[in-house]
Design a protein around this ligand. Structure first.
Ligand code: NOJ
Length: 584
C-alpha cells in the first residue's frame, strides 16, 4: 500500500461516536434532541477521545421509521434545526478535530417524498423511480388482489402494498411508508450522486449507508422459504456492487470520502467483496454475526450465550476482513450491558469488560451514545410505551395470529429497538438533563444514579474506563492494527492475543475476559499456552521488563489462576525497554 493510500485512510485511526439525534440532547424544550443540543455536547464527546461522528438521519421525514423515511434529501428537519445549524455543527466539530459522517438512506424514501407522489401519478421523469407491479392475479374475478410475489419485509408481512392512485403494488422491504427505489433506472443513480455531492460540499467526511447491500433487486421471482422471503433476489447482487463502484469512482473518491455500509445478513465472502479496497466500493461494513450468538434469528428467539461461540465468530471476521467496523451497540440493538453483560448485579464491571472487548479488537470502533456510561435497556412496563414501528408491526401481526399478550411482551421487550433509543442520561435532574419538556420516549428510571454527571469525576466509573481505554488504544499500534489470534475459550471465558504490527516497538497483548457471574478457574495448560504470567519475562537478550497488566476492571493486576465474575484483564508482553503508556 502506498503512503498516499495510507494517508487517505484516516478512518483507520478514528474512534467514531454514533448520535441518534432525537434522543441525544434537546435545546428548546420540545422533547426531541436537536442540532444545537449536539453542538452543546461536543466537549463531552471530544473528552471521550472521539474523532468522528456518525449522525443518524436529520433530514425532513414524516417519521414513520424515525427519520429512516426521508422526504427531502437536501434539507434538515426543522425539528432538528436548519442547514445553518448543521454547518455550525460541522465547523464546531472540526475545531475539536472531529469529522462528521451522515446517514445515507437510499434503498427507500418516504412515501411522502415528492418523487413517490409523482411516481404514483405516473408523472415523468418519476414514473419509474420505484418498483411498481400489477397484481399477480390480474384478471382474476375473485376481487382479491394478490401481491406480485411472495416476498416478506423486514418488519414482517408482505413486502408489497397496493396503491389506489396508480392501481399497482409497490415494493417496500421495510414499512409500507418506505417504498424501495428502482435501481434499474439510471436516473435514480444520478439523483443519488447529486445528493452525495450536496453534503460533501457542505464538509461532511462520508456516509454510513443504510441497508446498502439490498439496493439492487435482480429479479422479482418468488423467494425461497425463510425468515425473509425473497432475500436471495436482492442481497449483495452484482448490480449493487456496480452501483457502489460507480458512486465511489464518480463522487466519493474525488472528496476522499469514507463509507461504512450496513450490510444485513451478509456472509464473510459478500462482506469481503463489498469492502475490498481493490474493488473500490465501501470502506467498511457493519455485519451482525457477533451480536447474534444468543439468538435464533436476528434479534429474536433467545438461546444461551457462549463465549466460545462469540470468539469463533469474532475470529472469523477479525481474520477474514482486512479491517473491521467494531460495534456492540447502535440504535437498532439492545444495550450491550443488558445483552451480553449483567445490568443488575455486575452492571459497572460487565459494562467495562465489554468495553475492553470492543476496544482491543483490530479495526475502527463505533461507540453508540450512552454506551460510554453503560446505559441499559428500557425499563418500560407495557407495549403502549413503545414507539418503534418494527415492534408495533410485529405486535400487530402476532396479535392477528392470536399470540397472547405475555408472549408478545416478552418477545418485544427483549428485542425492541427502543431499548437503545431512550434519551441520553446526562444528569439526575428531571428527564435526565435531556430536555426541559416532555421527552418523546421515556427516560429510564435508573437515570437518578446512572448518568454522565455522576460518572464524569469518578475515576472508577464506566465513563472514565472508556476514556482510559481509548487513550491506551490511541497509543498502541498493536491494539489498533495488530494481528488477532484466538487463544482459549469455553462457555464463559475467552482469551485472545493481539500481535505486534511489523516494525513497531509496541509489543503484543493478551486479553482475558469472563462473561459470567462466577469466578472462573483458568486451567494450567491455558495459562502456559497464553504465556500470561506477569512474572514471566520475555525471551531474548537485553534488559527485561516483565509482562504487565495494563487494563483491569477489578483492581487486580495478576490473573492468579482465575478470572473474577465479569473480569477483564489486558496483559502487555514483556519488553526490552520500559513502557510509558497509560494504563486503564
Ligand atoms: C436500518 C436502520 O438502522 C434502521 O433503523 C431502519 O429501520 C432500517 N435500516 C430501514 O431504513
Amino acid at each position: 500500500m502506498t503512503e498516499a493510500t495510507l494517508a487517505h485512510q484516516w478512518w483507520k485511526d478514528a474512534v467514531f461516536y454514533q448520535i441518534y439525534p432525537r434522543s441525544f440532547q434537546d435545546s428548546n424544550g420540545d422533547g426531541r434532541g436537536d442540532i444545537p443540543g449536539i453542538i452543546s455536547r461536543l466537549d463531552e464527546i471530544a473528552a471521550l477521545g472521539v474523532t468522528a461522528l456518525w449522525l443518524s438521519p436529520l433530514y425532513p421525514s414524516p417519521d414513520a421509521d424515525n427519520g429512516y423515511d426521508i422526504s427531502d434529501y437536501r434539507g434538515i428537519d426543522p425539528r432538528y434545526g436548519t442547514l445553518e445549524d448543521f454547518d455550525r455543527l460541522v465547523a464546531a466539530a472540526k475545531e475539536r478535530g472531529i469529522r462528521v459522517v451522515m446517514d445515507l438512506v437510499i434503498n427507500h424514501t418516504s412515501d411522502e417524498h415528492p418523487w413517490f407522489q409523482a411516481s404514483r401519478r405516473r408523472e415523468e421523469p418519476y414514473a419509474d423511480y420505484y418498483i411498481w407491479r400489477p397484481p399477480r392475479n390480474l384478471g382474476d374475478d375473485s376481487g382479491d388482489r394478490e401481491p406480485p410475489n411472495n416476498w416478506t419485509g423486514f418488519f414482517m408481512g408482505s413486502a408489497w402494498e397496493w396503491d389506489d392512485v396508480r392501481q399497482e403494488f409497490y415494493l417496500h422491504l421495510f414499512d409500507k411508508k418506505q417504498p424501495d427505489l428502482n435501481y434499474h433506472n439510471p436516473a435514480v443513480i444520478e439523483e443519488i450522486k447529486g445528493i452525495l455531492k450536496f453534503w460533501l460540499d457542505r464538509g461532511v467526511a462520508g456516509f454510513r449507508c443504510d441497508v446498502i447491500s439490498l439496493l439492487y433487486k435482480s429479479s422479482l421471482e418468488d423467494g425461497k422459504p425463510g425468515a425473509i422471503r425473497g432475500l436471495e433476489h436482492y442481497k449483495a447482487q452484482p448490480g449493487t456492487h456496480k452501483i457502489l463502484h460507480e458512486l465511489r469512482h464518480a463522487v466519493l473518491d474525488p472528496y476522499n470520502a469514507f463509507t461504512v455500509g450496513e450490510t444485513v445478513m451478509v456472509t464473510l465472502e459478500e462482506a469481503k467483496d463489498l469492502s475490498d479496497p481493490g474493488r473500490g466500493e465501501l470502506d467498511l461494513v457493519f455485519y451482525f454475526d457477533h451480536l447474534e450468538v444468543d439468538r435464533l434469528v436476528a434479534r429474536y428467539g433467545p438461546k444461551p450465550f457462549r463465549a466460545d461461540t462469540l470468539l469463533r465468530r469474532l475470529t472469523t471476521w477479525q481474520r477474514g476482513l482486512d479491517w473491521n467496523a467494531l460495534y456492540l451497540e447502535n440504535h437498532d440493538q439492545p444495550r450491550i450491558v443488558s445483552h451480553y453483560g449483567n445490568d443488575r448485579h455486575y452492571w459497572s464491571r460487565s459494562a467495562q469488560m465489554l468495553a475492553v472487548l470492543q476496544l482491543t479488537l483490530r479495526g475502527t470502533p463505533f461507540i453508540y451514545q450512552g454506551q460510554e456510561i453503560g446505559m441499559t435497556n428500557f425499563d418500560f412496563t407495557s407495549l403502549d410505551q413503545i414507539n418503534d414501528v418494527e415492534s408495533h408491526n410485529i405486535d400487530r401481526l402476532l396479535r392477528r395470529r392470536g399470540v397472547p399478550y405475555s408472549l408478545r411482551w416478552y418477545l418485544i421487550k427483549t428485542a425492541s429497538r427502543d431499548n437503545a433509543r431512550t434519551p441520553v442520561q446526562w444528569d439526575s435532574s428531571e428527564h435526565a438533563g435531556f430536555t426541559t419538556g416532555q421527552p418523546w420516549l421515556g427516560v429510564n428510571a435508573n437515570a437518578s444514579w446512572l448518568n454522565y454527571a455522576a460518572q464524569d469525576g469518578d475515576p472508577k466509573s464506566v465513563l472514565n474506563f472508556y476514556r482510559r481505554l481509548i487513550r491506551l488504544r490511541a497509543a498502541s499500534p498493536t491494539l489498533r492494527a495488530g494481528g488477532f489470534e484466538p487463544l482459549i475459550a469455553d462457555r464463559a471465558v475467552m482469551a485472545y492475543r493481539r500481535t505486534p504490527t511489523a516494525g513497531s516497538t509496541d509489543p503484543g497483548y493478551t486479553v482475558w475476559l469472563n462473561f459470567s457471574d462466577q469466578t472462573q478457574r483458568l486451567k494450567q495448560p491455558w495459562l502456559t499456552s497464553a504465556m500470561s504470567d506477569p512474572e514471566a519475562g520475555p525471551t531474548g537478550a537485553g534488559p527485561v521488563h516483565p509482562p504487565e497488566c495494563v487494563v483491569s476492571n477489578t483492581g487486580r493486576r495478576r490473573l492468579d489462576g482465575c478470572l473474577l465474575p465479569w473480569e477483564a484483564m489486558v496483559i502487555r508482553d514483556g519488553t526490552a525497554t520500559p513502557w510509558r503508556g497509560d494504563a486503564a
